[in-house]
Design a protein around this ligand. Structure first.
Ligand code: GDP
Ligand code: MN
Length: 347
């Protein structure tokens, strides 16, 4: 039914947008979020709907470590053109596993807090990073899908997307796509690469023969260059994370304890995973999507693309070709053609 009743008992009708007539993929948006971030998220959803999803009506899965409020469900259901689903995360996916020494973890949080490392003192941020690294794709609500697009509160899409990005991924044999890449704070992942090297040594057969190790390492795997895809935007195949290769990698990292004894982010973990286990041709940069997550913009520097897609972003703000970004390296190592004039945007 399109009649929705509000928490004050007021009934309103949802005006349905015309349905996209092409066959849809088994795909969904997915957002991990707290109730208190409802209105920051509402802006993100409105932007994604206006620029893309009102034409395609994909579902939206919301996940939380506690129950969503009625207000949260009513507002988000009113905004999303597809079906909305709300899930609580199982306790074992948002808590300390039994092999973690919690007093050692507490000591680390204190030290990292004193050093002013971003989110260094936070327990919840660590649960969040571990959940996004190894568990979101195992939530029962995600079982209906092959593809997802991750959305966070306070993001913006600044160009129209007039094609089905999920279909694009499938038709072009892509498994992981990003908008922005950057270097990680080394202090949050001091032993992540060491641990990854141990894993590679123990499991050499799990690496893809045409992997993209040269995106994450400048010395053939000796050290990590800190490059990662910014995971607040991801369009990807759930099969990538559900694969035996990535599952073994995540389990190895999880046992090593760095999600709690350091502050390993899901962005470097996903990025290293995608770079090691995929064919390099399966990783895609969406250069035509205007995207913003504080403090960086991805804005197509090609005027033709911006005008054709009604972009509202300022190309001067584009981070894609900035020297702190790793996207230039992504184009170089994959021998992809860079847009004309990229040199004018290195900052
Ligand atoms: P940042 O982008 O690295 O600064 O981190 P965010 O604060 O945006 O968090 C990343 C994602 O995890 C966002 O989608 C947040 O809504 C979500 N998130 C972060 N912490 C929590 C939490 O404690 N509970 C829930 N349910 N979601 C969280
Ligand atoms: Mn964020």
């Amino acid at each position: 039914s399109n009649v929705v009743s509000s928490d004050t008992g007021f009934k309103y009708s949802r005006v349905e947008t015309p349905k996209y007539t092409g066959a849809r993929e088994k795909a969904t948006f997915v957002t991990l979020v707290r109730n208190r971030d409802l209105y920051s998220l509402a802006e993100s959803i409105k932007s994604v709907e206006d620029r893309f999803n009102s034409k395609f009506n994909y579902d939206w899965v919301f996940l939380n470590d506690e129950e969503f409020t009625e207000e949260f469900k009513n507002v988000t259901t009113a905004l999303v053109s597809g079906t909305t689903k709300y899930g609580v995360i199982p306790h074992e996916h948002w808590s300390f596993p039994d092999w973690i020494d919690e007093s050692k973890a507490a000591q680390v949080r204190k030290e990292m807090g004193d050093k002013r490392i971003i989110y260094g003192d936070s327990i919840s941020y660590r649960h969040m990073c571990r959940f996004e690294s190894g568990f979101f794709y195992r939530h029962p609500l995600m079982n209906d899908y092959d593809w997802y697009w991750r959305v966070e509160p306070d993001i913006k899409l600044q160009c129209d997307i007039n094609y089905d990005v999920f279909k694009f991924m499938g038709e072009n044999n892509k498994k992981y796509a990003f908008a922005i890449s950057i270097k990680e704070y080394e202090a949050t992942i001091p032993t992540l690469w060491e641990t990854t090297r141990e894993f590679m040594k123990l499991n050499p057969g799990l690496l893809h023969e045409n992997n993209m190790l040269d995106f994450v390492s400048d010395d053939e795997g000796l050290s990590y260059n800190l490059c990662h895809f910014w995971s607040n935007f991801e369009i990807a195949s759930l099969d990538l994370w559900r694969s035996p290769e990535y599952s073994a990698y995540f389990d190895y990292l999880d046992k090593a304890g760095g999600f709690f004894y350091e502050r390993w982010g899901d962005a470097p973990v996903h990025s290293i995973g995608a770079s090691l286990f995929l064919d390099r041709s399966e990783i895609h940069h969406f250069g035509d999507i205007g995207y913003y997550h504080v403090p960086f913009y991805s804005c197509p520097i090609d005027t033709g693309i911006r005008l054709a897609n009604k972009c509202s972003c300022d190309p001067q703000t584009d981070f894609t070709w900035h020297s702190y970004s790793c996207t230039n390296k992504f184009y170089t190592v994959n021998k992809l053609q860079k847009p004309a004039g990229w040199q004018n945007h290195i900052g």
